[in-house]
Design a protein around this ligand. Structure first.
Ligand SMILES: Cc1ncc(COP(=O)(O)O)c(C=O)c1O
Length: 377
């Protein structure tokens, strides 16, 4: 396994920046990015051959590799540009009625809160955000806190598998199981999961699961996917209607794969991103990064949202509560004065600072953050 110093040279990141924000948009290794550009060059050499004749087969191969990686049948997955698109595609066809409720938490990604508020608003339904107290409790407490929000009007359970600003792994397996027993549809946002946490969709068994490959799997930007349980696929439509609707009984795959002229190169690079990580024993890289997150949680004198004992509830990121007198422009000052890229989350109170650790990070990055925070806080 390469250490952080060895792996850093394999990424395209600016060497002058201490990059502790893999969580926002990921970062792509040079070799993976070059494979992406090779696909683009191949497309441009003969666009008709590539897009009209080869694309369907190439996408099927890419879906096969992704399906093997996430534990799903390849034909139950479609590529989408990002998890946001996946959740939007899932949200519209649910057939919500006036008075129905979509149950969620107050830890969700803000843009997708907006999606649900909009969808629920259009159908006269209600988006219910159950508060999850922080620092987070035991897994079983979290399950009960969220499940307590279920009532006779609950039609949909929408949860992040791994949350955005708070960087917590929610116990979605148990909640999906309970929801299925009760006939509640599950929509899971796995934007941060592929590449960071093990994922087996057959075991998890959600109705919808939207994931990103461009975050922790380090694929090029614009590579996400949506899994849809087979029985529901007939009623699920892409956000763009196009040639995929030709004929009497257009398939789920055709409807989603034909949406006007698009560059599929990011999708086609996903198998190589998987191979690239596997060739570098990525499970060990993840463990090393988790250890850096654990140290940030324990050693900075800031209260983490996840107590140190709850190992299963966080991965390569950790969110720490900022003191009330922390500068309002802390994120800008960390960047301008210390060249550290790290997000400060304003949606929670107290505010949070979220440190991400990816293969290119090492102990020296942890120390730079520690030194900068001791100056600025
Ligand atoms: C939990 C969660 N869901 C969804 C997203 C959106 O990801 P994307 O912009 O790739 O759709 C993010 C982005 O950070 C996220 O943290």
């Amino acid at each position: 396994m390469s250490d952080g110093t060895g792996l850093r040279g394999e990424f395209l990141l600016d060497p002058d920046v201490t990059f502790l924000n893999h969580g926002s948009f990921g970062a792509c290794p040079r070799a993976v990015f070059e494979r992406y550009q090779e696909w683009q060059l191949e497309l441009e050499r003969e666009p008709v051959l590539f897009l009209a004749r080869r694309m369907e087969g190439l996408l099927a191969e890419a879906r096969a590799a992704l399906g093997a990686y996430v534990g799903a049948e390849p034909d139950d997955l479609v590529f989408v540009p990002n998890a946001t698109s996946g959740v939007n595609i899932a949200a519209w066809p649910l057939g919500l009625q006036p008075g129905d409720e979509v149950l969620s938490t107050d830890l969700e990604y803000g843009a997708l809160d907006l999606t649900w508020e909009h969808v629920c608003g259009d159908f006269g339904a209600r988006y219910v955000r159950t508060p999850v107290p922080l620092p987070i409790g035991e897994e079983s407490e979290v399950v009960e806190t969220i499940w307590a929000g279920v009532n006779d009007r609950t039609r949909v359970l929408y949860l992040s598998h791994h949350t955005s600003g708070t960087a917590l792994t929610l116990p979605v397996a148990e909640l999906c199981r309970r929801a299925r027993e009760r006939g509640i549809v599950t929509v899971i946002d796995g934007a941060h999961v592929p590449g960071q946490l093990p994922l087996n969709l057959r075991e998890l068994d959600p109705d919808f699961y939207a994931g990103n490959c461009h975050k922790w799997l380090c694929a090029p930007k614009g590579a996400g996917f949506l899994y849809v349980r087979r029985e529901l696929q007939r009623s699920v439509h892409p956000l763009v209607f196009s040639w995929g609707y030709e004929g009497d009984d257009p398939t789920f795959l055709a409807r989603h794969e034909k949406q006007g002229t698009r560059d599929p190169s990011a999708y086609l690079t996903v198998p190589y991103a998987i191979e690239w990580q596997e060739a570098r024993d990525w499970h060990l890289v993840r463990e090393r990064c988790h250890e850096l997150a654990r140290r940030a949680a324990g050693e900075f004198g800031l209260t983490p949202v996840v107590p140190d004992t709850r190992h299963g509830l966080y991965g390569q990121m950790v969110a720490l509560q900022l003191p009330g007198d922390a500068p309002m422009d802390l994120q800008e000052r960390l960047f301008d004065e210390h060249r550290i890229e790290i997000p400060v989350m304003d949606r929670q109170s107290p505010r949070l600072i979220r440190a991400s650790f990816q293969g290119y990070n090492d102990e020296a990055d942890l120390e730079r953050l520690r030194a900068a925070l001791s100056v600025l806080l």
